[in-house]
Design a protein around this ligand. Sequence first.
Ligand SMILES: *[C@@H]1O[C@H](CO)[C@@H](O)[C@H](O)[C@H]1NC(C)=O
Ligand SMILES: *[C@@H]1O[C@H](CO)[C@@H](O)[C@H](O)[C@H]1NC(C)=O
Ligand SMILES: *[C@@H]1O[C@H](CO)[C@@H](O)[C@H](O)[C@H]1NC(C)=O
Ligand SMILES: *[C@@H]1O[C@H](CO)[C@@H](O)[C@H](O)[C@H]1NC(C)=O
Ligand SMILES: *[C@@H]1O[C@H](CO)[C@@H](O)[C@H](O)[C@H]1NC(C)=O
Ligand SMILES: *[C@@H]1O[C@H](CO)[C@@H](O)[C@H](O)[C@H]1NC(C)=O
Ligand SMILES: *[C@@H]1O[C@H](CO)[C@@H](O)[C@H](O)[C@H]1NC(C)=O
Ligand SMILES: *[C@@H]1O[C@H](CO)[C@@H](O)[C@H](O)[C@H]1NC(C)=O
Ligand SMILES: *[C@@H]1O[C@H](CO)[C@@H](O)[C@H](O)[C@H]1NC(C)=O
Ligand SMILES: *[C@@H]1O[C@H](CO)[C@@H](O)[C@H](O)[C@H]1NC(C)=O
Length: 774
Amino acid sequence: MASISIVFLVLSIAFVCGIAQPKQDSQISPGTLLTYPGSWLSPSKRFAFGFHQQGSGFAVGIWLVGKDNTIIVWTENRDDPPVTSNTTLDFTKDGKLLLRTEQGQKQLIATSATYPVSFAAVLDSGNFALYDKDSKIIWQSFDYPTDTILGGQTLFNGGQLSSSLNKSDHSTGRFHLSMQSDGNLVLYPATSKDDVGDAYWATYNYGLGFNLHLNSTGSLIISNESNLEAVLYPDFNSSSSINLNSNRNTIYRATLDIDGIFRLYSHTYHENGNYSVSRLWSALNSSCEVNGFCGFNSFCTVDNNQAVCHCLPGHDFVNPDPNILGCERNFSEAGCNGGKENAAFYNISTVENMTWGDTPYFDEKMSMEDCSSSCLEDCNCGAALFDHDYNSCQKQNFPLRYVRRDEKKGYTALLKVGLNQKKPQPSVFSKIATVQIVLITSGFTILSCVALATFGRFILKIRVLTYKRLLKNGNLGLPEEVTLRLFTYNELKRATNGFKEELGKGSFGAVYKGGLNKGKKLVAVKRLEKLVEEGEREFRAEMRAIGRTHHRNLVRLLGFCAEGTKRLLVYEFMSNGSLADLLFGAIWRPDWNERLRIALDVARGILYLHEECEAPIIHCDIKPRNILMDDCWNAKISDFGLAKFLMSDQTRTFTGARGTRGYVAPEWHKNIPISVKVDVYSYGIVLLEIVCCRKNIDVNASAAEEIVLSSWVYKCFAARDLYRLVIGEEVDMMSLEKMVKVGLWCIQEEPALRPSMRSVILMLEGKWMPVKRK
Ligand SMILES: *[C@@H]1O[C@H](CO)[C@@H](O)[C@H](O)[C@H]1NC(C)=O
Ligand SMILES: *[C@@H]1O[C@H](CO)[C@@H](O)[C@H](O)[C@H]1NC(C)=O
Ligand SMILES: *[C@@H]1O[C@H](CO)[C@@H](O)[C@H](O)[C@H]1NC(C)=O
Ligand SMILES: *[C@@H]1O[C@H](CO)[C@@H](O)[C@H](O)[C@H]1NC(C)=O
Ligand SMILES: *[C@@H]1O[C@H](CO)[C@@H](O)[C@H](O)[C@H]1NC(C)=O
Ligand SMILES: *[C@@H]1O[C@H](CO)[C@@H](O)[C@H](O)[C@H]1NC(C)=O
Ligand SMILES: *[C@@H]1O[C@H](CO)[C@@H](O)[C@H](O)[C@H]1NC(C)=O
Ligand SMILES: *[C@@H]1O[C@H](CO)[C@@H](O)[C@H](O)[C@H]1NC(C)=O
Ligand SMILES: *[C@@H]1O[C@H](CO)[C@@H](O)[C@H](O)[C@H]1NC(C)=O
Ligand SMILES: *[C@@H]1O[C@H](CO)[C@@H](O)[C@H](O)[C@H]1NC(C)=O
């Protein structure tokens, strides 16, 4: 395992050292003044340093000479207010660079430089550098890229490019490109938290100390000092993009453009001094693929090669010009009355082939009609996505982010739109009754707001449950009762025929088959043993928390029994056994696509536990035995939320109590806090088992090196021999490599380096595209 674990090194050695000494005659000496429209030119006269247009004024920067000087490649302090044309840049006799504005203010430029500066130079690479008396560079613009890197420039590990606001204003714009410390080069909207759900493009590399480098012949590569990891351009497989004429007349530039797409350009200079531009490579084909290109509640389409934003039904633009700022609801919301009364204020408008970002707060299996009415009656539901493949209903609050058309997924969006009538029509009530209704309604709204403010988003779910209980008789469009049932011990004894048929034994005790409603509804009854002494009230509270989880990849808790010292849990019955039976049973092996689907099912279930529950639930014992298969072979996670009941002294001495040997993360054995990343680790192992259909530890393996699956997989991966893992099977090699990579990423020794479950899902779904390796 040590060979897989990756430790971060601090990058200290500069990537490229080939910065040429400037010639004597191109040196800028102290005692030089620069005023608009003057500039300092590079020896080739292709780059200029000086004042360029910035919004209504000017800023100091570097641009490509020619074509009206519109290609700005760098701007000093880009977010400072623009200066006027009367400002001068003063390279003082004592070797300081000062900006003298009209108000007589002085401002140091290149503040990080150690003064005094002996001379400055604009280099042919487009770099502006300051030198000390030994002609060593003490500051250079290449170390502070804004939205562009030029040939010979590197975006170092941990660094970032930010797009410009618009063509005439080069201050920080709406997107950034991050060369992450985990080795991945990723594009995010600037306003996001750089969460993996915000990412809209990534190279999918992971490893040590990678930098993004554009070399002087136009190759855009990701590498560290010792290793070339990926080549973004040229694509060696495509003859059209082979770029062998390394022309001294060509300048390369990789820019994160205003629309959020990272592109590589070449500028080829002609004899007459002007240049022609070509676009060599682009991370994405269309701005519509950029998260956040269109604002909240709006989506993007391509009309005449132009990305255009549109509002969702029931919404109008916040600002129609530019229309990228998003949309707001064009109706006033009704108070939260709950149930059918709430439904009277709204109608559902459907849009085909839509998806959006963020995980839903509710994800359950039901028909599309039920999904519609469930959303209508739920005042917290702004919209729902209906997934026709799973028949699942995913409810979401407003506002909706990253809405886009997606024909592949075939989801239907159900949007709640207000009917024009804004208040209920109290025809049979007197005026006083009307006033009361209004008061009650607004009271409820205020209460909701207080509740929201106090407890945050999760209180919503609790409230949903409460009013559902109140409206017991109404048809809520939900397939099963939402509330937990409290059973007596005798009821369960009868239901299981005296605990006769044992289905299995887990870390918490034995599980028995049972039947409710005169045996018509099959259930699994778990008799908990070896528990911490837990008060009945605490136990009930805990069960209610578990009972509130609703996800199609979690086994549903139907009820429980807490009598004296007896603790029993009643779950829905899973007719097709566990994932362990499926993977390791010799009868039939699920085919590759089935396995990929199951891997995603499990990942979605864990993500829900980690991110969508009141408090994150760490499962602590993810393994194929705890993953059960329902009638339709959907994978569902069982035994979640129970880890805290295990006796704490067992955890220290006997690792089998929490987690199972082979699946437990290394931090269980160390004295460091446990986080959700322990589940990610166990998931990584399970994923590799799903890939290879064998147990992590198999002492009967044909060769000694194959005994421990994770090491064996790593060996095959490093040797690029992945086919050996799936011999005799028809497997798509791209998706095999993807699954193996994700698995290995999950089982890194250092918890912080493991991905979140959200990243895992995005990668498995292929939204994070792997980059071709050379
Ligand atoms: C620049 O300064 C001159 C005199 O110092 C003044 O007449 C002129 O209006 C100033 N220009 C701007 C754009 O402020
Ligand atoms: C660029 O953005 C600035 C600031 O938002 C705005 O005033 C200006 O009109 C914009 N220019 C263009 C060409 O969109
Ligand atoms: C460079 O990357 C390779 C592959 O990820 C890694 O093995 C190596 O340790 C890295 N070297 C440095 C100096 O970071
Ligand atoms: C640029 O990178 C490519 C690919 O690694 C390489 O073939 C080429 O020689 C490099 N050019 C220079 C000038 O180093
Ligand atoms: C190159 O293209 C061929 C067919 O077009 C394909 O079979 C091969 O896998 C590709 N190689 C790489 C490295 O992508
Ligand atoms: C640039 O040069 C090309 C020919 O090389 C010419 O057609 C074009 O008009 C020139 N453009 C400018 C702005 O001078
Ligand atoms: C962009 O479009 C071209 C041709 O339509 C396609 O070959 C290429 O894969 C697309 N690139 C991306 C990143 O979608
Ligand atoms: C809201 O917008 C929809 C179109 O999306 C329109 O049909 C409806 O009349 C609008 N409602 C109001 C109150 O403006
Ligand atoms: C609600 O929508 C349905 C179909 O989309 C339509 O038939 C019905 O008339 C609408 N109801 C109201 C009150 O607008
Ligand atoms: C949705 O996508 C499917 C599959 O590509 C297509 O057949 C259908 O026409 C699309 N519907 C709409 C309304 O765009």
